[in-house]
Design a protein around this ligand. Sequence first.
Ligand code: G6P
Length: 480
Amino acid sequence: MTEFDFVVVSNRGPFTLESRPGGVVEFRPAAGGLAPSLSGALAEEPMGSGSGVLWVASAFTEADRLYASAGAVATGQDTLKLRMVAVTPEIGRAAYDVIANGTLWFLHHGLFDHARRPCFDRVWHEAWEGYCQFNEAIADAVAEQAATGATVVVNDYHLALVGRYLAKSRPDLATAFFTHTAFCPPEDLAMVPDGPRLELMESMSCFGACGFHTSRWRDAFVRCASAVGVEAPATFVAPLGADPARLDEVAATVACRSRLERLEAELDGRTLLLRSDRVELSKNLIRGFLAFDELLEASPQWRGRLIFYARVYGSRESLPEYLAYRTEVEHVVARVNERWGESGYVPVVLDLEDDFEATVATLQRYDLLLVNPIRDGLNLVAMEGPAVNQRDGVLALSREAGAYDELADVAIGLNPFDVTGTAAAISSGLSMSLEERRVRAAELRRRARSRTPAHWLAEVRRAARVPGQRGPRAWGQAGD
Ligand code: G6P
């Protein structure tokens, strides 16, 4: 079995496999968020003398599951091999739906509706066992294929317990765990039952180092560890960057150019307010539409002249909360359109198609980009938009997004819960002088293009270490 010097691990891998007629298996790039960024960074990895990089991920489709028994498989990218890990559908659902998405995601983004949830009952405790088994299966695959002293970078809350298993089976490995989401404060962590809460914090502390996008989430993690009496491992801060080269490449395609032309025709000279997100509770879509409604009410000059384009695509639809949220989003949009629409003018365009070329086209064209999450680890759209926008577009950005820490002086900050305040932020952005727009957009663009996923990965790799070895700090902002 090939041994790898560098192993990256995430729940969702870079490709989803689909069986096609005639026994053909198609590798389809995974959509959204983490996987494309990580793929971009790995594409720049030098082959060196070793065996390249192994990406360990969980099997989602039937075809993925078939490949799980094949060990490390070629991906078509010279330096990258993929190892799928399959668990039973029950364990998979317990780990992904109940614990990762239904509990940890809600916990870290402050999304629980406390009168009803969370509810840590018997079913939940059984699911926690499934989460442990899933994490162990992933750790076993890593342990099997990592070379002696290899570096292992594990990503996100689906895999928070992998550190505990690896520290036991492969204490020689240099490990880092990177959390791409926000991290909850100790007061919220206190809701989790004692046993799992301690397991979670102890397991994260079994990694050589834990990384976050901003010092806010890092500090919350350290406070959580201290609250349960666990010594935090080395920690570091390394924000992810947009991938300007990939965005430029997409922008230059015929498909993207034709979508941009179509959009111009649809807009017919109107001003474009844009949002680009998954249909996700933390993204705060509904308050965004309510703010637009208030804006049209308070500022009649925008009626008929401003279009709110929502490029959003479905996400985690195996969870009832997400399905209900999508329905609610559709209702709110219908209400706003009914109120302000007129012949030839649809105020809100809800575009649910998952089409990256269309997304890049709208990012190039916006006059104002609304990014108003309730809480967000970073929010890459806040970087991707300014990186490709061609109209000195304004960024209205939630103070609760990690990206705000880097862009506070050039974006218009907003409180995501304050609908009236959000309407005011949009209004002030749209009435900004052309000169101020130009100056801000130039600086936004400079910052958005200055860091890439490859910078991020290099920093995470440097921060990885053998658990228990605190040693010198790996990177400028890192601290213990
Ligand atoms: C978002 C988050 C990532 C997370 C991913 C999982 O992109 O920012 O931190 O890993 O969602 O998404 P999935 O579609 O696999 O549930």
